[in-house]
Ligand binder design. Structure first.
Ligand code: THG
Length: 265
């Protein structure tokens, strides 16, 4: 499971101020701790700034990669201008978070995916919004995957995100996102599936219980990348346990190594 650490996001409490005041040491430590906890990529998002987003995002990318000796980043922005400012200074292959079936967004982001040779997260939505059912989400994913392929983007560089909606809003939401993952992975085995898990539990108490249970369900359906807080030990335990139980961990060596390193409780 590819782990994308979610903590550098200015929609989180205190983070907007930390970025605004350029609190380098604090942000560097957030980056470092996530990698130490097992993150493969670090998501950076400062979308709350809008006008100053390009400048802040560039600053975050340079600083975080300097701290982490070039660990690659998942650059999280709906703005093509901010995205390009960040990609210009990024070292290695970034993940663009994200492209979608929305025409304007697709047209603005596709040239960036090509020019900077990126991996890309594809959101299952288009100009009519986020569909409720798995079939329509899959249809959007499939259309955009085919377009990307025609443009020379390899399946292995695409991460489909079903876009998780809270179960508190509709109790069908958990099932339909999980089903979307299964349909994408069945039809396009080389395409990956990713999601930000925490939306599932929005509006309910003891959110971590739902987030962790949902990780296991999605892993069974083929989820192979996840945007989480890697410092949530219980969540990382479920990541290791799922991989072992689903025959994705030869000789159980990932589980055993995590145990030896003291990562499992
Ligand atoms: N898909 C994709 N990208 C995404 C998401 C997704 N990017 C943003 C988001 N969803 C994932 N990132 C975060 C970052 C931080 C938090 C949640 C998701 C977070 N949430 C606390 C909570 O929900 O309780 C708030 C805590 C706080 O304010 O500190 O921290 O789905 N492609």
């Amino acid at each position: 499971m590819l782990i994308i650490g979610e903590k550098i996001n200015t929609s989180r409490k205190g983070l907007k101020e930390a970025v605004e005041n350029k609190e380098e040491a604090f942000i560097r430590s957030l980056a470092k701790r996530q990698v130490e906890a097992g993150a493969d990529y670090i998501d950076v998002n400062c979308g709350t700034f809008v006008a100053e987003e390009p400048e802040y995002l560039k600053w975050l990318v340079e600083m975080v990669q300097d701290e982490l000796n070039g660990v690659p980043l998942c650059i999280d922005s709906p703005s093509a201008v901010a995205m390009e400012a960040a990609l210009k200074v990024h070292q290695g292959r970034a993940i663009i978070n994200s492209i979608s079936g929305e025409k304007k967004r697709f047209d603005a982001f596709l040239p960036l995916v090509k020019k900077y040779d990126c991996k890309v997260i594809l959101l299952c939505m288009d100009d009519s919004g986020i569909p409720e059912d798995a079939e329509t989400r899959f249809k959007i994913a499939s259309q955009v995957i085919d377009l990307l392929k025609k443009e020379g983007i390899r399946h292995d560089d695409i991460y489909v995100d079903p876009l998780i909606q809270p179960v508190s809003v509709s109790t069908k939401n958990g099932f339909s996102a999980a089903k979307t993952i299964q349909m994408v992975r069945d039809c396009y085995p080389a395409v990956h599936a990713v999601c930000g898990l925490s939306n599932i539990s929005y509006g309910l108490p003891r959110r971590k219980i739902l987030n962790r249970a949902y990780l296991v369900i999605c892993a069974y359906n083929g989820l192979d990348a996840v945007i989480i807080d890697p410092e949530d030990r219980g969540m990382m335990e479920m990541v290791y346990a799922s991989e072992t139980l689903l025959d994705r961990d030869p000789y159980c060596s990932g589980y055993l190594n995590a145990y030896r390193k003291g990562i499992l409780g």
